[in-house]
Design a protein around this ligand. Sequence first.
Ligand code: SF4
Length: 365
Amino acid sequence: MNGVYIHIPFCKQKCAYCDFVSFADKERLTDAYLDALENEMALCTGEKADTIFIGGGTPSILKPNQISRLTKAVFDNFDIAKDCEFTTEANPGTLDEAKMTAMLEGGINRISVGVQSFNDAELKKIGRIHDAETAYNTILSLKKTGFNNINLDLMTALPSQTMDSLKNTLKTAVSLPVTHISAYSLIIEDGTPLEKEYSKGTLALPTEDEDREMYSYTIDFLTRNGFNQYEISNFAKKGYECRHNIKYWTFEPYIGLGVAAHSFDGESRAYNTDNLEEYLSGSEKQTIPLTQKDKISEFIITGLRMNKGISAEKFRQLFGEDIENIYGFELIKFMNLGLIKKDGDRYSLTRKGIDVSNSVLCEFV
Ligand code: SF4
């Protein structure tokens, strides 16, 4: 079964750290964009899907009738499994009751809210359009309207963030009726306003040690509060792991629709243009076949992000060789360093390995 990803690239304003393909001044194009998405979906008629994820950008910028139009197009074109996980991302400050109702009536059963922090000064610094109170009330309204599977996105290592403010954010997050929490460290991306400040030396960022301490505290705190870590940055109550994102980490196929979206079928990747006007005029996907080497490193790097790690047997079935023949040196080195462990036929990162996962994963490229 496929996962389906649909990209909605419109935002109210651009956040100071964001290098995603999203546009702050093009809301007038949303109807034309939905036309283009419908055309792209028509090429997938009859494809089976058991997870759908509308991401962005800010999908909740769409009006209620546009949300209904989009969800209808999904059901009209794909062969959707009965127990399909259907997620949309949403940002506080762009949701109202009519939109929430349109989402639920359209079959959306999971919502992922970009909260990032419950500290107003931190939110302002990174250019979010909402404050902490709006985010808090948005989660409560979603629950009241009928959403029972809610994710909340948080960020650590934000400018001026302290351990105390992070503790407060985490405490607030777990007090809310959410089933899933994602927590990513801020990355300073080239060309963003934050990067400019960073280059000038005027950005007060936590040090690398503080960043690691925040991450470690986040894992312990969320685990103590019933959110189990199942991936480097993702935590869920039992049974609420995000099935769509798990497809990305376990080499499962997915179809990407919309500007800059990409698809994966186990053998190749297909990319849509990241130029909005080109996408609207109906440009075709570019397909790039993956070499055996590409597939293997993709399997390892994404699989090791998950706490359960990778199966040596699945590796053999997929690639016709023993993982130890290809990565024996790296696996032994990291096991000796206590960064990777082997359990039955599975290799996974240890807690110490998770702390330095970037350096470990790099060596499998
Ligand atoms: S809301 Fe998300 S996609 Fe839009 S600018 Fe902010 S971070 Fe980027």
